[in-house]
Design a protein around this ligand. Structure first.
Ligand SMILES: N[C@@H](CCC(=O)N[C@@H](CS)C(=O)NCC(=O)O)C(=O)O
Length: 310
């Protein structure tokens, strides 16, 4: 299965390279991957360790809680779309290599070419074209100790949005100052911390929970209300994001219009497990060309790691 997966990943890699090279807005849309490269993929696991945990955004058949080794989670990647702007990029999670590191998250199982293609189309846009992330394969360990190869999206220091390390208090101040298309940067951090406390108590990530404490301390010192900042960011969301009411029960809406043919607005606040029929689709108004150009610029920079040999 690993060989099949590598074949698929190389096809995805070529596709993203063509997107970056062509620079065409439309090309940011993931056309169907080479049917042959998908034909024999029986399943693919994707690892989530940041917003994918609480805003999965793609259908899957099952999920496992567990971890990957050799990395730590750090808020060292900038976001000029989802949680920030080109002028004031927010901070989102990435993985930083550390020999004895371990990152807890969830592996999502995709089965069949259509589910794989849909998930990669969503993640390719969200993570790579707009987020500056690249991807490779890692070994996932579930709570029983069983292992499976997983596709992981991570930001490397050579991508245009990488912000790197800084003191926790400075990082907290940056998070407090930023919001973007998907809402306030504080909300991103708090959602991830809440998810870990609720679903993955094994995760003791001192960087994540230290950042939460630093954000609260700075807000207390400035006498600023966190909930108000988060609510205000939502109230300034572009109309077509806030207006997407096709899924009243989902508490998150994400719109990513990237090209001349805008993506459907997909409410991504719920786990779109394959058993759910919830796939809201609404024609979206004019695409935000600024976001498209921001995304294209990032895509042009997005390096692609060599997939590790089997
Ligand atoms: N690769 C990470 C997700 C990285 C991440 O958070 N990417 C940003 C894009 S810059 C995102 O999806 N943000 C969604 C949001 O902010 O609501 C994961 O596996 O969870």
């Amino acid at each position: 299965m690993l060989a099949e997966t590598h074949g698929l990943i190389n096809a995805v890699k070529r596709r993203f390279e063509r997107c970056a090279a062509s620079g065409e807005t439309d090309s940011v849309e993931m056309e169907p991957l080479n049917e042959h490269s998908l034909a024999n993929v029986s399943s693919l696991w994707v690892f989530g360790y940041g917003s994918v945990l609480w805003k999965t955004g793609f259908e899957y058949t099952t999920k496992q809680t567990g971890y990957i080794r050799g990395f730590v989670r750090r808020f060292w990647q900038g976001s000029c779309t989802h949680r920030g702007t080109p002028e004031a990029p927010g901070r989102v999670a990435t993985l930083v290599p550390q020999p004895k590191g371990q990152v807890w998250g969830i592996a999502y199982k995709l089965v069949g070419a259509e589910m794989v293609r849909d998930a990669l189309a969503h993640l390719g846009l969200r993570e790579c074209s707009l987020g500056g992330y690249t991807f490779n394969m890692q070994v996932f360990h579930d709570r029983s100790g069983a292992t499976v190869p997983v596709l992981v999206f991570l930001a490397t220091p050579d991508n245009a949005l990488y912000l790197g390390s800084c003191e926790l208090e400075e990082l907290a101040s940056q998070v407090i100052a930023c919001n973007g298309y998907c809402g306030h940067n504080i909300e991103y951090v708090m959602r991830l911390a809440d998810f870990m406390r609720t679903h993955i108590p094994e995760e003791t990530d001192p960087h994540l929970f230290g950042l939460v404490d630093a954000i609260k301390a700075v807000l207390r010192r400035r006498n600023v209300c966190m909930e108000r900042l988060i609510a205000d960011a939502r109230s300034t969301m572009p109309d077509h994001v806030a207006a997407c009411t096709s899924c009243a029960e989902s508490d998150f809406k994400s719109y990513v219009g990237t090209g001349s043919t805008p993506h459907d607005c997909v409410c991504v606040g719920r786990d779109l497990c394959a058993t759910s029929s919830h796939r809201p689709r609404r024609p979206m108004p004019a695409v935000d060309t600024e976001l498209a150009s921001a995304g294209r610029a990032v895509a042009a920079e997005a390096p692609v790691l060599e997939v590790e040999a089997a």
